[in-house]
Ligand binder design. Sequence first.
Ligand code: GDP
Ligand code: MG
Length: 660
Amino acid sequence: MRVDSMSSIYSFDDLQLQLIDDNKEFNTDLGRFMKEKWNLANRGFEYNVVAVFGSQSTGKSTLLNRLFHTNFSVMDEQSRQQTTKGIWLSEARERPMIIMDVEGTDGRERGEEQDFERKSALFSLAISEVLIINMWENMVGLYQGANMGLLKTVLDVNLQLFQNKGAARTLLLFVIRDFVGNTPLQNLQKTIEDDMHKIWNELSKPENLQNSEISDFFDFMFIGLPHKVFKNEQFEAEVKLLKKRFYDKDDPNYVFKPDYHRRIPADGFPQYAQSIWDKVINNKDLDIPTQQHLLAQYRCEEIAKEAYDVFLNKIAPYKEKLDNGEIIDDLGKDLLEYRDNAIKNFSIEGCRYRQDIYEKKKKDFLDQMNNTLYTYYLSQMSNAQKAVVEDFKNKFNDKVIDGNNDFQNTFETLYNSALNDFQEVADDITLPQTNWNSNDIFKKLKEELNTIANNIRRKKVNEIRFMVDKQLRKEVISCVRSSLNENITESLWEDLFDRYTVIVEQNVNNFINKASIYSCEENELAHISKELRKASWDAFYDAIFDETKDTLMIIRLKEKFESIFRYDNNGLPKVWKPGDDIDGQFQHSLSESYKICDLFNRIDIPIKKIKEVTELDNIDEDSLVIIEPSKKKMLLNRFRNTVEILYIDAKHSVVSTTSE
Ligand code: GDP
Ligand code: MG
């Protein structure tokens, strides 16, 4: 606070503040005073503002000090020295009241002085609920006297700047000093009231206030105080009574009516007072509602910011955990509590400001917090999604590996329990008053679970397919081998194909049976069955060609040949005797072998039948040819060469037996 040359003479109580100094500067320490020295800042609407107006040295400060136990400086009787110019603020004792004392100079030098007087008066009028107008009794009725002239100007500007319909009203409490009582108070009162109405009528009123009455904006109250020096006892007694009007709510003349209150919460008062002073100083056009609007915005934002900082501090520790992939128990409950608390903290102070602004700022604040919380929501959901998927995968794998045959049931049970687990997390973390939506995340989760199950199923089905495929080929090959090497008859191909068909059908059925527990789709089974059939045909076909290579064919023919030429019907080796028809036997054996060879011209199975069993449609006649005619000739030549030795041997054996 300012200390000037007067400080040695006058005691400046630490509890008062020079709000406006003689340079018309506004003291921004007000906020600190409200908070630290006066304990008023957290009073909400529970405080009142009283100001005083009147000529110099009419005992204003003396009266305020008596009424409110303030310590405003009073002019020293002896030295008649001036008090320090400015607007002074102090708190009252025992009640949350802000008391405003105005010190001017004597008003002797006009000009600059008048400007200060007018401005401080306008300021007092704009922000106080009760304005004490202090005047000597002998000034009453002196319309041209300092007071009324000034009052007129002030009311005029006040009306232009601060008033409109529905604005707060003000009590003008006229205190008549050195009231002797010769003229009854009622008469003085009447004189003043007449003056006030006269002033009011002369004011240039704004368009919308043309028909307004002074009583729309002001109430009047009148009181006379005896001479402080000559009638000191009565003076003190009257002041005591007057004091009751400020302190005692039950006093019939209690001064603070609700509609006098400016509806500025105490914590917003410094900002408000400063803005009013700025407007007064700059004499800008404005009205109180605009001020209140701006103030409400400013303060609500400030209050929200404070509450938001607290909120952020509370929720920050959770962030790290979430980033580590944790799923935090009761996270939603905790976050909601912090959000609720933040809104509550915001509301306590914010609700005193203009309702529409407050509601809007509250909504903004909620949105702001929800935006921040949304990242928490997403993290928790994503952590839960990962955990649920991992858990599902493990359990499912275990169950399937365990040889659990009820694949579909297992899947459905685990799938539903995974979704339930996830739903629980989602329910906890989805806060009320948000538009967060988990549909997409749920959809993704379902897809993931299905993909996992499908992969496992596909893997299992492939294992079965692989096993069946191996078995099928093995059986086909061995069937071909035995058929082509056993006693070959005319019905070779028909018999072979019959056997082949049985093998294919058995194995495909086997596959379908085994795979069906994995509840594959029809067409997937059909597709794999078809592949198996094709593979079986390839094995069949390749085995036939393997078994009909030249060397094997020659052996086959030779065996046939020998079985007739060298062995009798009982399977015993023949012993040729003279006269045996070796030539005839030789020819017969040859022709029987040729018949066999003819059987191997081609795989003699009707294409239609093959297509039925193998489900192949690209089989043509040419592919079924085993031994080309040109090749056959060569083959038979080689065959003949081999068996001709047998013929000669037979001939020799006869010759040798006869020669013995
Ligand atoms: P302010 O300038 O209006 O604040 O007046 P002060 O309170 O400083 O008082 C100015 C002088 O008037 C001081 O010397 C006071 O003692 C004196 N004074 C205070 N109250 C009264 C009163 O009721 N009647 C008279 N005659 N003098 C008073
Ligand atoms: Mg004074």
